[in-house]
Design a protein around this ligand. Sequence first.
Ligand SMILES: Cc1ncc(COP(=O)(O)O)c(C=O)c1O
Length: 479
Amino acid sequence: MSRGDLDPKDWDLFRANAHKMLDKSIDKMENVNSGRVWSPVPTNLRNKFEEKLPVEGSTANNIINEILPYGVGNTHPRFFGWVHGAGTPSGIIADIASASMNVNAGGRDHVAPVIEKQVLKWCLEIMGMPIDGSGLIVSGTSVATIIAIKVARDQKIKNSREKGIIQGQLVGYTSEQSHSCIKQAFDVLGLGTDALRVVPCDENFEIDLKSLRKMISQDRANGFTPLCVVGTAGAVNVGAIDDLEGIATIAKSEDLWFHVDGAFGAAGLLGKLASDRLSGISHADSLAFDFHKWFQVNYEAGCVLFKSEAGHRSSFADRAEYLRGSERGLAGGDFWAVDYGPELSRGFRSLKVWAHLKEHGVEALGNSIDRNIRLAQYLENRIKSEKSLESMAPTPLNINCFRFASSSNLIGSNLDALNEEIVILLQERGIAVPSTTRINNQLAIRVNITNHRTQESDLDLLVDAILEIGEELIRNKVF
Ligand SMILES: Cc1ncc(COP(=O)(O)O)c(C=O)c1O
């Protein structure tokens, strides 16, 4: 029986407590359809965390028991905010196993790299990328994007790892609908956010290829070096999918790195309804996407994939003497994650991803994604059938943007404020969690469906509640 300084003094008690927690966690997952979607953290619970640094140990279990209802709410079928996956109960099992192993998956010869390599192989296949490509499991698309653009930078400027880059030397392109993590990657990598050219979109919120071509040639004429173009497969505001084939053609003819942000949308390749529009991903030099979004793996896990293993590796591999590999022993192994990304210490994310793919298979995941796309169409029709609701953007994938615009003659900022208040009240009353965004400079209620638990009845309930709250606010002359 283990007796480390920090191991349990009473293993039976520990086992009983662990089983209790497991039961509570399973209860939570089993009953996830009922109850409030989101609840603010009550003051008495907040206060329990405001205490002096513990000098002597006590139990944390009582408080851990109390926190379960106060998460983001994304396990609930009426969570529609931002882009969050809903997760699955089986994630608990993989997380228990990886916590007990306490693996550092940065390198060496053990089971984690074996599993990670297999998951990456499967992902290259799903995404239609070369099977001898490369990749890495990371925390999410934001980090995946930094890794991808760094590899692009290092391929373009051969000694950039040692010498850095000259300010203003490199420029990249992405649409005005792309996610802020791309700008962040330019910042983090020292390219500067000004170096990211924002290309206008067409009426479908997709990158305008004519403008892209024009901007590239203008930059060349002005002495800049175009580095990359980032296409979006499922843009965060309305779910638009850029013309990926079109971007790939331009990238090829202009000798630009082609990166795809497929944070949630790339998963659409698993289904039938969006896969045609996503097939251009196969031309990408790099792709960033998340398992914790539309794949429904529990938080957190994302991925970056590359067409070329050599290019990916050359951007990160540089191990010091104390990390030298060997032919045999624990320092062996042919996949050290540290050769493919900036993290040396990292957890065993690949286990839960592998277990998820193995348990459900890609067919069921694809069906669930297609069902979400159909639900977005259902909601679109429901919105169009209500005279107090106004659709504000097309629904190409899984996101609806609309607003309550009753007969009250409210316009401009008042209408924005009314819709903002509707969303806040929906959240505060625990009914549903949509989020907001701005479409053509007007505030929109944004409903994102990356949730395998959502049913038509959840969307009906949401619409009814929006209508009720909207009328209530008008009646009470709040606006
Ligand atoms: C299109 C898109 N790109 C990037 C991201 C960032 O992903 P992550 O939160 O996993 O870092 C998101 C997040 O919602 C997104 O929707």
